[in-house]
Write a protein that binds this ligand. Structure first.
Ligand SMILES: *Cc1c(COP(=O)(O)O)cnc(C)c1O
Length: 500
């Protein structure tokens, strides 16, 4: 299987090249030239498999330039016993009736980014052996929270890699900051930036193309790579868990082979829901994909009107990983809906750059509507949903998952659709203890620090916090440096951290 670029469809690269390059040189994203098809027998063959076995089968369809032994070793490394707190890796639990929750946060950092970022380092180093003469890879990440920690944990002590994470000094939650600053590993570095997330992101982009750094890197046989969500290596592991969830529903007797399901995804950068779309295109019986947004509802408007317009207020919400106005992975969907017309995609993104908006054709909008439904809710509704879901079903959801539960309720109420549903649950509620507690207790919180809140939430619900979060209290802070956001300061941090 080969991959092409959304902005130059004459390009053809292997999956190894797509993964090591991250983004195509003209700015496009890598997509498979064709989607591998599967039939119901294939699904049936996975019903009694472990998550790892399912992952090997699905990934082999996409990573055809790797041997099955190589794919197998990536999967064994990523989902090794003990890394995920559930034996099922991504368990499916029933919420009520035919509404089910796919819990994607059993990994080391308690957010769904682990599902991909545990695998990416193995895939990337495997790909580098084929494409980069085995040079050492330096991963640079600018993070607003979840990605940084998940990437640190994924790359921690992975041979032939180093990872450096920059985060905005006052732009991440106390728990997220602690998670990063206590990170173990000999190949990791973390630094705060005096600025906001955009400053961190811009700084990192500048470093990527900095001439002085390039020279030093050549001297030391180092190359940069990126672990952000436009990398194909981040997307492909996410396709697996939709198949896995479907198999688990069969195993639990909730559906029969061939029955359709709907999938609801709390969406930010559009990676997670796009992975479900790939699963559907491969032949997994998915009826509708339901895109859930918070108050930053640019995708709700887009799916409803065909107009993508980022000229609007940006809101900081209690579901911060969905506070986003540019959903990068949408580009991949548009490319396929425009029948791989790279010129149409270049025009759309030129328009987005110049005017901050674009409009798709009526034909493309019809296609979108035939696949996607959508909805959004604000913080108040999110809190209400956390409270109701707990009181009615004793299920504790985080703020992002609650947005999806609310949008799912609204969808069922307005359509009467009785198709079994899978809701993607993207974070442990204990990652957002403050907001979750506030929702449950109507604002009457007793604690004033993060760990007391974790404890208070445990007391209130009788549900234990993941060890990885409660255990942070006793971990030593290893990284406490702060740098300015100008290129000279950031370059110095990079050199210092790498010891070059
Ligand atoms: C990243 C993230 C999302 C958004 O996922 P996308 O793939 O960017 O749409 C939702 N919830 C949580 C908790 C996340 O960390």
């Amino acid at each position: 299987m080969l991959y092409t670029s959304t902005r130059d469809n004459s390009l053809k690269v292997t999956s190894a090249e797509a993964v090591t390059n991250g983004i195509s040189k003209e700015g496009g994203l890598f997509v498979p030239c064709e989607i591998p098809g599967i039939d119901l027998d294939f699904i049936n063959s996975m019903v009694n498999d472990s998550y790892k076995q399912r992952a090997k089968k699905i990934l082999s369809l996409y990573l055809t330039d790797f041997t099955s032994d190589e794919v197998s070793s990536f999967v064994e490394g990523a989902y090794a016993d003990g890394k995920f707190s559930s034996e099922d890796v991504a368990p499916v639990v029933n919420l009520h009736d035919n509404v089910n929750i796919l819990e994607l946060w059993k990994g080391p950092t308690c957010a769904f980014k682990d599902m991909a970022l545990q695998l990416l380092p193995h895939l990337l180093t495997g790909a580098a052996k084929k494409t980069l003469d085995n040079k050492e890879i330096v991963i640079l990440v600018a993070t607003s929270g979840d990605t940084g920690k998940a990437a640190l944990e994924g790359f921690c002590d992975v041979d032939k890699t180093k990872i450096l994470v920059f985060y905005p000094n006052n732009g991440v939650s106390p728990m997220q900051k602690l998670q990063m600053c206590t990170q173990s590993g000999d190949n990791v570095g973390v630094c705060a930036i005096n600025g906001n997330f955009d400053d961190a992101q811009t700084g990192v982009k500048t470093i990527f193309t900095d001439k002085k750094i390039k020279e030093k890197f050549d001297e030391h046989s180092l190359v940069f790579s990126s672990a952000n969500s436009i990398n194909w290596g981040r997307l492909v592991p996410q396709i697996v868990y939709y198949f896995s969830a479907y198999c688990d529903l069969i195993k639990q007797g909730r559906i029969k082979l061939g029955d359709k399901i709907n999938v609801v995804v709390p969406t930010g950068n559009f990676g997670n829901i796009l992975a479900a779309n790939y699963a559907k295109n491969m032949g997994l019986p998915i009826a509708r994909l339901i895109c859930a947004s918070n108050k930053n509802n640019i995708l709700t408007d887009f799916i409803t009107t065909g107009i993508y317009d980022k000229n609007r207020d940006f809101y900081t919400t209690i579901s911060p990983s969905m506070d986003i106005l540019i959903s990068s992975n949408l580009e991949r969907l548009l490319f396929s809906l425009y029948n791989n017309d790279d010129k149409a995609i270049r025009d759309i993104f030129a328009s987005l750059k110049e005017t901050g908006k674009y409009k798709v054709t009526d034909e493309v909008l019809d296609k979108i509507k035939s696949i996607y439904s959508c909805g959004c809710c604000d913080d108040e509704q999110t809190e209400e949903t956390i409270r109701d879901t707990y009181n009615k079903y004793k299920y504790l959801s985080d703020t992002h998952t609650a947005v999806a539960i609310k949008v799912c309720d609204d969808y069922i109420a307005s359509t009467g659709d009785k198709t079994p549903v899978v809701i993607a649950s993207t974070a442990s509620p204990y990652k957002f203890s403050h907001s979750v507690l506030e929702a449950l207790k109507n604002g009457n919180i007793e604690s004033d620090n993060e760990f007391d809140m974790v404890h208070e939430l445990e007391e209130y619900t009788g549900i234990k916090a993941p060890e990885q979060l409660s255990g942070l209290k006793n971990k030593k802070v290893r990284f406490d440096s702060v740098c300015e956001k100008d290129p000279d300061s950031m370059r110095k941090v990079v050199f210092d951290m790498l010891g070059i």
